[in-house]
Design a protein around this ligand. Sequence first.
Ligand code: NAD
Ligand code: MG
Length: 396
Amino acid sequence: MRRAQQITVLGATGSIGLSTLDVIARHPDRYQVFALTGFSRLAELLALCVRHTPRFAVVPEAAAARRLQEDLQAAGSATRVLVGEQGLCEVAAAPEVDAVMAAIVGAAGLRPTLAAVEAGKKILLANKEALVMSGALFMQAVGKSGSVLLPIDSEHNAIFQCMPADFARGLSQVGVRRILLTASGGPFRQTPLAELEHVSPEQACAHPNWSMGRKISVDSASMMNKGLELIEACWLFDAEPSQVEVVVHPQSVIHSLVDYVDGSVLAQLGNPDMRTPIANALAWPERIDSGVAPLDLFAIARLDFQAPDEQRFPCLRLARQAAEAGGSAPAMLNAANEVAVSAFLERRIRYPEIASIIDEVLSREPTVVVNELDAVFAADVQARFLAEQWLQRNGR
Ligand code: NAD
Ligand code: MG
């Protein structure tokens, strides 16, 4: 019998983290939880530790760590609590670990995810912002360590499943013409443009097909999520931005497609439930049960497709521009977006101002080449500073 794989789940208390633990719990013979990390919902983290018995838990600061350690001891748990970014990097790179689910949201996930890459772990990548920020350096680190990088984003997991095994030789070498990245269009696909001024964070987070964390839900409403995914696809599959076409597909049943030069188009379909890509990546190249119900094509009955409307979704255009500019531009795009989305969720700005902030940050700061991680973080800090300036200047 083979040994169970040891899994670290970065961002265990989030939407992807919980779906990952659901799949892992279905296969106790194959997977054991090595470490779980959380940031704010620490009562949930305690319950997850009691249920999944990890060797380690990680929380952001010392006082929270002491409290969690006491609560764990009181519950009879042997889990040890570590602290901060250093703790995250330790559980990502520990020698016992086989695979790391990178499911922290935003730039905060970059260092721990890279620590796992550098340690040569199998990476289950949900944290798209890490790849968007530091794509070239991230992929270089993957090449150097021999880490296996498996996409969790449903679209990228679908593309991965539709690609030939040797796609790393280059898309034209393996006969791929285009990648077709599907997008649901989110909750505001048909909202009259004039009403977008007044939409609330609750409306933005009410995604028609997927249940997700708040940041990615707002990104889906603005289609910045698709913009980040365009950049993510370019790095994962060594594609030019012009080779990735966005297709609005409101049912979210086709998770993406690959168009080959002979006219064949391969697609991956499934119910919109992240446990499918998570199970696919966990077991790859094998297949395991994910708990997702079989797809009922008769109930779905029809699939629709539309071109994206850039007037409605200016963030998609801004992301494509950043993808084409390269260098520091994607890191700036991501950081400006993180500040703008937080401000929108805190009701400090209106929804259309998310795009205004990102547009201003990108147009005020020239793109520079990034050859090291410090340059990525410098671009991130500068974009956050410019976005905060916008907020102050506009009295928010
Ligand atoms: P979420 O908000 O539900 O969870 C985020 C997790 O990150 C939580 O565990 C939280 O504690 C942790 N976290 C937040 N800030 C942190 C910080 N500063 N330091 C350390 N940990 C921190 O988000 P989610 O929906 O699970 O998304 C996670 C990632 O996966 C994102 O990058 C998102 O784009 C990507 N993703 C999510 C989905 C989805 O269906 N939810 C689909 C595709 C990709
Ligand atoms: Mg996605």
